[in-house]
Design a protein around this ligand. Structure first.
Ligand code: NCD
Length: 306
């Protein structure tokens, strides 16, 4: 039995297979409509979510399965003081697979150690978000045709943004990927990502503060919101929140085929006027998230469709 805590829990080959399966599902969804008949997914969300929880639920339903779960710590026995370890023991009796989001880094890992069903990390604090990364990889592969030979700008809250941490980890395994890390000084990428991922893999990267100066060199721009819930005080958040606003004027500086991704939710960091630009693919990315999670559920449940 396997769990998914970090995107690099899968080898590059295994990830390729998942992306390939997601592509097949996209082309022929009917073929997969009943492959999870009788199976149950539990979504255990101790932290707010729209896309991740609902896309997991839609993914399981698209496969013919059912869904149980809770969408806040307040509506679960956590409010009574139950530990994650005990909760997953219960869930293991009710469901075949579990997606868990938690504000504490490592909580899904603890759950996986006490679980008899596969546990998927659906976001743990400011740490990792591997299913968003599979979604991002699928989006990039589908729309750019490759995962290597890319200059990728990551912009916004690189300190607390778990989607960015997972994406860097995953992309560090492809050839000729160059990162441009765009953030205010206070929200720079954590030291452990710089040392253990970027430097350990000899990745080419630079850190800059101004988005405008690097726009022309990017093949992809991955925008992120400032993670308000991880700040220690509101004043710092207010000071940082509108540091970057991608608008039409800045888009004029970019390559004609540069893509803009965003894990969403967006707050102010992308002006709505950019939504009509054909390079803005963040809503397409949401659709890829469903195919990615369908492929992941099948892989972890070891369900083979011919
Ligand atoms: C992200 C998350 O939860 O980390 N959202 C998501 O899952 N699509 C990004 C965010 O909340 O900013």
């Amino acid at each position: 039995m396997r769990h998914l805590m970090s995107p690099v829990d899968f080898t590059v080959e295994e990830l390729d297979e998942i992306l390939e399966l997601a592509g097949k599902i996209e082309k022929n969804p009917e073929k997969y409509a009943h492959v999870c008949d009788g199976k149950k997914l539990a979504t255990c969300f101790y932290e707010p979510s729209t896309r991740t929880r609902l896309s997991f639920e839609a993914a399981m339903m698209n496969l013919g399965g059912n869904v149980i779960g809770f969408s806040s710590a307040a509506s679960s026995s956590a409010a009574k003081g139950e530990s994650v370890a005990d909760t997953i023991r219960m869930i293991s009796c009710y469901a075949d697979i579990c997606a868990m989001r938690h504000p504490k880094e490592g909580a899904p890992l603890v759950a996986s150690m006490h679980s008899s069903i596969p546990v998927i990390n659906a976001g743990d604090g400011g740490h990792q978000h591997p299913t968003q990364t599979i979604t991002d990889l699928l989006t990039i592969k589908s729309l750019k045709g490759r995962l290597g030979d890319l200059t990728i700008g990551l912009c916004g809250d690189l300190k607390f943004g778990r989607t960015v941490h997972s994406l860097i980890k995953a992309l560090s395994r492809y050839e000729n990927v160059r990162f441009v890390l765009i953030s205010p000084e206070e929200l720079r990428i954590p030291g452990y990502i710089r040392e253990e991922v970027l430097e350990a893999n000899n990745m080419e990267y630079k850190e800059v503060v101004r988005l405008e100066e690097v726009m022309p060199e990017l093949d992809l721009l991955y925008m992120t919101r400032v993670q308000r819930e991880r700040f220690f005080n509101e004043e710092d958040y207010v000071r940082m929140k509108d540091f970057y606003i991608l608008d039409k004027k800045k888009m004029e500086l970019a390559k004609e085929d540069m893509l803009v991704l965003h894990p969403l939710p967006r707050v102010n960091e992308i002006s709505v006027e950019v939504d009509d630009d054909p390079r803005a693919v963040y809503f397409k990315q949401v659709q890829y998230g469903v195919y990615a999670r369908m492929a992941l559920i099948l892989t972890l449940l070891e369900i083979k469709v011919d």
